[in-house]
Design a protein. Structure first.
Length: 73
C-alpha cells in the first residue's frame, strides 16, 4: 500500500526517480510458482527491467505501482 505520500525509488541501478510501475517476476529455477518478486520501476526503466527479466526467460507481469499480483505464470 502507498501511504503518507512517501515515494519509492526505482529499482534500476543509480536511478532515484519515483516508481510508477511494479515489475513482478519469478525465477522458475529457484522460486516456487506462488513466489513473486517485485521491483519498483520509473517510466524510463520499466522496459529495461522487463527486458532484462524476459531475456533470462523469467515470467514477468507489470502493474501500476502499489498493486500486487497473486503469481506470475
Ligand atoms: Zn528508473
Amino acid at each position: 500500500m502507498l501511504g503518507g505520500g512517501t515515494a519509492t525509488p526505482c529499482s534500476a541501478a543509480g536511478c532515484a526517480a519515483d516508481a510508477v510501475h511494479a515489475v513482478h517476476w519469478r525465477n522458475p529455477r529457484i522460486h516456487p510458482v506462488d513466489r513473486v518478486k517485485t521491483w519498483a520501476a520509473c517510466d524510463e526503466h520499466r522496459a529495461q527491467l522487463e527486458a532484462w527479466l524476459a531475456s533470462r526467460g523469467f515470467p514477468v507481469a507489470v502493474t501500476p505501482f502499489g498493486e500486487s499480483v497473486e503469481r506470475v505464470a
